[in-house]
Write a new protein. Structure first.
Length: 197
């Protein structure tokens, strides 16, 4: 049991730092750039990504394992996974609106989560790598946590850049892209990270 936990922990740490979905695999770059305008919105988007990725992985694994793969319907994986992700996002949107009617600000990030390639990328990687249920959920949740970490760091850097002295040609989106590139370079330093030995 201890070896399995170590393996899951290593997988989670690897997808958060080393193989980060945004900075290493370039999945979910659109919501990353769009949702990083403020730290509050970035935290909301990152938390929603963790929830959506975890739930989608938990629902798609049994669908693939017990329905699609045994019946020779693997060619429908992408379509089924996209529909599951869309239904889960819409269901969470409705549930949040019912549970927190006065505080719920839904709608602005819904489309970004539905059409997000990071969610689809994680689910398809789970299938491609042959992960079991636990591994799939851990990989998806850790991918969401990596997205949360990176988008919150990036949003705080963007807020600081608004008060910085930067050339006029670089203000706004260009300096955001330069900052994202420098963050990717910083995260590449984790590529030689060795765990437990």
């Amino acid at each position: 049991m201890n070896e399995r936990m170590t393996s899951l922990f290593g997988m989670a740490l690897g997808v958060i730092l080393v193989n980060n979905l945004v900075l290493s695999q370039l999945l979910g770059v659109g919501p990353f750039l769009e949702g990083s305008g403020s730290t509050r919105r970035a935290a909301r988007m990152g938390a929603a990504m963790v929830l959506v990725m975890g739930l989608t992985a938990a629902v798609c694994w049994p669908l693939n394992e017990y329905l699609l793969a045994p019946n020779g319907l693997r060619h429908l994986e992408s379509l089924v996974f996209l529909l599951v992700a869309a239904l889960l996002v819409e269901g969470l949107e409705l549930l949040g609106g019912k549970l927190f009617p006065t505080r719920w600000k839904g709608g602005e990030d819904t489309l970004a989560l539905i059409a997000n390639c990071a969610v689809m990328g994680v689910i398809l990687q789970n299938v491609q790598n042959g992960y079991g249920f636990g591994e799939s959920v851990v990989y998806a949740v850790a991918g969401g946590l990596g997205f949360l970490l990176v988008i919150c760091l990036f949003a705080s850097l963007r807020e600081r850049l608004e008060f910085g002295n930067c050339p006029k040609a670089f203000r706004g989106f260009p300096i955001a892209l330069v900052t994202a590139g420098l963050m990717a370079l910083c995260f590449s330093g984790f590529s030689n990270l060795t765990l437990f030995g």
